[in-house]
Structure formats: C-alpha cells, structure tokens
Design a protein around this ligand. Structure first.
Ligand code: UDX
Length: 440
C-alpha cells in the first residue's frame, strides 16, 4: 500500500513514520525544504521519544520517503493524508489556509481515484469543504468526472508519548461516506489490529466532532479539578486525597484529574477556542467550555500569586529559579505553556529569572526574548534564588539534592505547580512548600 502524508509536524511525521513501521510505503511531504532535507539526513525537527529510531530505520529500509513535491508523487498513491497545521487566528477560529492550499494542489494534479483523509484537527464540516476545493480546481482543467473520496481520521496522540499512542491507540475513529473509502481504511489499519484496538467507523461530521469533543472533555476535567483544588486550599482539604477518592469511582476514572498550573500545548487551548467559536457561529453558546477556558487562564497565574503572597508583595529585585519551561514533560513544545505566563509576570514585577528545562531551552528563547538567565542545570537555576517555582513535572526534578539547594539558595520557598513534592519531606530539609490544592 502506498500513501502520502502532507505536513511533517507532530501529527504528520509521527503518523507517516508509524505507518511505515507497519510496512506501508509512505511519502512525507512538506513545503519546508530545509525540514525535508534535514529529515533525509536524519535531523528530526521535534523532540519525541522513539521517533528518531523509527524515522531512521524506515528511511533506510526505503519505506519512508521525504519530498517537497506533492504533485510528482500524488498519482501513485492510494491515500493522501492531510496533516498540516491549523493554528488559531485572532478570533479563535482554526486557520485552514494550509489545509485548503493542499486541497488546491491535489485538485490541480489528481488523475487517479484517491482517498483524501483529513488528519489535522479541523472544524466540523472541513472534509466536505476540502472536497469542494478539490472539485473546484478539477473543474478548471475539465477533469471533474474523476471520482475520489474524502474521509476524516482524527489523531488523538499525546506529545511525549506520540509513537506509543499511535502504535497502540485506545481507538481509531474514521469518518467515511463510501464503501470504497471504508475498505481502504480497513486495509490500512489492519496491521494495527493485532494490538487489539477498535476502529470505529462513523459519518464524517461525527468523526470531526469526536476529536473536538474528546479534547474539550479532557480540558474540562482539568479545569474542573483546578477549581476544586482552589476551593480545597481555602477550606483546608487536600485535593490529592479528594482526587483519589473521586477517581476510584469507575464512572469518573482516575486519569486526567491532576490539578496544576493550567493546561497548555498545541491542542487544548486552540481546540477549546475553536469549538466556542463554532458554537457562536451556529448560534449556540458553549457555556461549559467558556468557563473551562476562563478557569484555565486564571490558573496560569496561580504560581506567581503564591510566590508574591508568600513575600507579601515585596518581590522586586528577588530571584526565582524556574524548573521546567515546556507545557508538559518529555517535549520541547512551548505553545501556551504556563511557564510563559509565570515568567512574564515575574519580569513585569522586577524579579530576576533563572530558568532551566531539560529539552525546551532552545525553543523557549523564541518565546522569551526578554532578559532571563538560561541555566545549565537545576542547581545553576537555583543559585542564590529566593524561591524555586516548578511549572513542569520533568522526572529529573523529582529527587534533587535538597541539602545542596538549601546551601545555594537565599531563601527557601518551593512553589510546586504539579504537586510533585511532599510538604513534610521538604520541611525536614528546611523548605516551605506550596502546592496546588493543599492548605498553604
Ligand atoms: C492532548 C490530548 O491528550 C490528545 O489526545 C490530543 O490529540 C492533543 O491534546 P497533549 O496536548 O500532547 O495531548 O498533552 P496532554 O498530555 O493531554 O496534556 C495537556 C495539558 O494538560 C498539559 O499542559 C498537562 O500538563 C495538562 N494536564 C494533563 C493537567 O493539568 N492535568 C492532568 O490531569 C492532565
């Protein structure tokens, strides 16, 4: 089977490499020549555990190819996946210009009955709009009689576990209209069936909606727990206990109930904005999701507030070590990261920032052009600091040498944005600990 995947971002590159790993002949396409040349030379543009090996292995086995020239490969494919970016525009709408550009290129060159599958997260109805764009261009060159299908196959992978998620997903959702499309997608996913998961076929609009609804539900759980955590703090309860108590009800489940300093990343913030906007356009107010977004924006300010309150507002000229910059561990992705809100507030208040992240230092410089010190390790970040603030729960932060930190820091506050430390433990080393959802 031969497929093309257009877009070599997270979704595109992981999907392309993993399909190749399952024996499919995959061509990854991108308009960015530097990226494509890099990939041919083994340079992986994103940090994602396990990805490099799979890309190298399949490239060497000649099952994975890279090109910038979609037209030249298009007609030898059975399926073309569209996996290009859909960033938010200023109103919160998903910007579909890259998606439609691919559709136009397909329309200009298609002369075999392809299946065009949308993998990017797109507003409900986009697959049909893609079909219209393709047809429009086919009409221009008098090729409108050619038959082709569209389908939707949203991707649910998590950054940091993308390869694993792709290889053994909980489910695969596929939206199709024709038997022919259904058969092709069944053939493509058959090798994965050995891993015992389900392919759920449905109509195209429902498939597109499933992606948004899933992300919206997960984001809702987080904002809900952050609200509960904030109330726990005020009432003297401990949210860690409450979370365990709640999560053991099988209707609720234990996953995705961790309070923290807010969700970030490439999906949740963008998708929540897009679905609120879609509601507005359809004349319906997404009341719950508006609150989810508002709670999350407020939650991102919580680390700064705790730090400032501890010093009774007297923070100008103080120094803070920030451990963790990426929006979550095991990635260098800085998009909508809570650390950005924190660091910008610190700088505005005249606080010196010494930041460290195991993977995102390079990426962080693109977002934080302001004057912060990029430290070489966790101890360098803590040097002469008045407080440590931890927005991201990287494993290497879990068991630091508190005795060294005690010596090198000026005062001894730890603001723990992900509840990775134990208050009594830290107290025994002479540190004050402030977590989320526990009484200060
Ligand atoms: C998410 C979805 O999980 C995935 O299915 C979808 O395809 C894309 O969006 P991702 O953004 O990679 O994946 O990260 P995820 O691990 O889901 O975390 C998202 C954010 O929520 C992070 O900022 C994380 O710190 C936060 N989070 C997660 C919490 O605050 N509490 C939790 O319990 C779980």
């Amino acid at each position: 089977m031969k497929i093309a995947v257009v877009g070599t971002g997270y979704v595109g590159l992981v999907s392309g490499a993993c399909f190749a790993e399952m024996g499919v002949d995959v061509t990854c396409v991108d308009i960015d020549n530097e990226k494509i040349e890099g990939l041919k030379n083994g340079v992986i543009p994103i940090y994602e555990p396990g990805l490099k090996n799979i890309v190298l292995r399949n490239y060497e086995a000649d099952r994975l190819h890279f090109t910038t020239d979609l037209p030249s490969v298009l007609n030898s494919m059975e399926i073309v996946f569209i996996a290009v970016g859909t960033p938010s525009d200023e109103q919160g709408n998903a910007d579909l210009s890259y998606v439609f550009e691919v559709a136009r290129t397909i329309g200009d060159h298609i002369d075999t009955p392809l299946l065009i599958v949308t993998k990017s997260t797109v507003p409900v109805g986009t697959s049909f709009r893609i079909r219209e764009k393709v047809k429009e261009r086919m009409r221009l060159r008098g090729a409108e009689d050619l038959d082709f299908d569209v389908a939707s196959n949203p991707e649910f992978l998590k950054e940091g576990a993308a390869v694993e998620d792709f290889m053994s997903p909980d489910r695969v959702v596929v939206g199709v209209e024709t038997e022919r499309a259904r058969n092709l997608m069944t053939r493509l996913y058959r090798p994965f069936l050995l891993n015992n998961f389900r392919v759920i076929f449905m109509d195209i609009l429902s498939s597109e909606m499933t992606k948004y609804a899933s992300n919206a539900m997960l984001a809702t759980r987080i904002s809900f727990m952050n609200d509960i955590a904030n109330l726990c703090e005020r009432l003297g309860a401990d949210v860690n206990m409450v979370r365990r108590g709640m999560g053991s009800d099988s209707r609720i489940g234990k996953y995705f109930l961790y309070p923290g300093c807010g969700y970030g990343g490439s999906c949740f913030p963008k998708d929540i904005r897009a679905i609120i906007q879609a509601g507005e356009e359809a004349g319906y107010e997404m009341g719950v999701l508006k609150a989810v977004e508002e709670v999350n924006n407020r939650q991102k300010g919580i680390l700064f507030d705790k730090f400032s309150r501890y010093f009774q507002g007297d923070i100008k000229g103080k120094t803070v070590g920030v451990w963790g910059l990426s929006f979550k561990p095991e990635t260098d992705d800085m998009r909508d990261a809570p650390s950005l809100t924190l660091i910008r507030s610190l700088l505005k208040a005249g606080v010196n920032v010494r930041a460290y992240d195991p993977a995102a230092m390079k990426e962080a410089r693109k977002y934080l052009q302001e004057d912060i010190y990029y430290a070489t390790d966790i101890y360098d970040a803590a040097n002469e600091a008045d407080a440590l603030i931890v927005p991201t729960e990287w494993k290497e932060f879990r068991l630091p040498n508190w005795n060294i930190l005690k010596k090198i820091m000026r005062s001894h506050l730890v603001v723990d944005g992900r509840n990775i430390y134990n208050r009594e433990d830290l107290a025994s080393y002479g540190f004050d600990h402030q977590g989320i959802g526990q009484k200060d």
